[in-house]
Design a protein around this ligand. Sequence first.
Ligand SMILES: *[C@@H]1O[C@H](CO)[C@@H](O)[C@H](O)[C@H]1NC(C)=O
Ligand SMILES: *[C@@H]1O[C@H](CO)[C@@H](O)[C@H](O)[C@H]1NC(C)=O
Ligand SMILES: *[C@@H]1O[C@H](CO)[C@@H](O)[C@H](O)[C@H]1NC(C)=O
Length: 409
Amino acid sequence: MFPTTLLTTLLLALSVAANPVLVDRSPVTLPISRRLNLTSVHNLVRHDQTRAKTLKLRGSARSGLDDRAVINEAVDNQAVTYVASVGVGSPATTYSLLIDTGSSNTWVGAGKAYVKTSTSVQTSNRVAVTYGSGSFSGTEFTDTVNLASGLTLTKQSIGVASRSTGFDGVDGILGIGPVALTEDTLSPATSSLIPTVTDNAFSQGIITSNLIGISFEPTTTEEIVNGELTWGGTDSSKFTGSISFISKTTTSPASEFWGINQSIRYGASNTILATTAGIVDTGTTLVLIATNAFTKYRTATGGVLDNNTGLLRLTSTQFSNLQSLFFIAGGATFELTANAQLFPRSLNTDIGGTAGSIYLIVNDLGSNSGEGLDFINGYTFLERFYSVFDTANKRVGFATTPFTTATTN
Ligand SMILES: *[C@@H]1O[C@H](CO)[C@@H](O)[C@H](O)[C@H]1NC(C)=O
Ligand SMILES: *[C@@H]1O[C@H](CO)[C@@H](O)[C@H](O)[C@H]1NC(C)=O
Ligand SMILES: *[C@@H]1O[C@H](CO)[C@@H](O)[C@H](O)[C@H]1NC(C)=O
């Protein structure tokens, strides 16, 4: 009895003593929750296509291919969002921020107003960004930003919005895209890049690798904590097997984002999209493929476009014949099963569909392939694969998870 108790006590003492050390060491993990707000968005497809168009234009403008920096497009509210609670200032005010791999500025003030504290320092710059789903403009501050326990950044540049559109229900954005996307967002300091939160976590020595690991899980309810963002490493409890890495593409405009080269095959041998550049993006709900590829997919599945949702709809017979969709990149193949191609049926009525109908999450990008951004692996893809955004080595990684082939929809 006595030795066991002693051992237990000793182990407890050790683990208590060890804990604070572990908490302070990179990587650092932040829970993120998925929020579905479809009250003002009756067309997921239009929302995603608008975002795709904006990203393409923004990427092209940055790379000098296109000088249209402003896009005149009706503003849609965010439909499906991943949100994290982030503290700014000291004492910190907590803001609900959208996690976005397709942009790189971090800003607050869309909902809850910015609260200045002793750590808040206003710079001489104004800051403005246009998104597919809205825009913001305001002033730049530097401040202390607390992303998670053990991850507090000092002198992080943040935008404080004086004007924002399209961000109802959230306070701003946590931009975790490549730093190059911050170029030209500041004025008068037009040429300087703004180090992202990930860059600062790395340069301030809080994390030892400049990368992010993201775990999303499929959900069938409107709001749930089912994601996790890890700074400085990956969380091996969230994936199975090893991570396959894919070099960032050099093809513009996909190269401005988390872009990769990838081909897509339906079933055993039906090539839907020949190898081409596209992006991985948490801010896009669906999996979007170039119009010519989508036409092939539609023919292969036999689906019809549903007027109410904008999604492809299958009969139950067509669904029982639905083949897997294979994404081939970096020499590895990632399989989206038939169930993974399905929109969660429990949410059909939320998007204006009919309960029990079968809708697919693969849709039309809105332009033909050959434009340098021919697909978007959006969150319905990322719910099935763990993803790694590796700034230091210019690569994106995917790994299977316990949900990759799960029947959830
Ligand atoms: C959902 O969107 C509506 C309309 O834009 C907005 O008023 C509401 O605050 C949003 N709700 C949440 C929970 O984000
Ligand atoms: C991606 O595809 C383009 C166009 O074919 C090619 O030039 C490039 O080498 C490929 N690989 C990467 C990593 O960009
Ligand atoms: C979709 O809407 C169009 C125009 O309103 C209509 O002509 C067509 O019949 C509708 N299709 C279906 C499948 O309901």
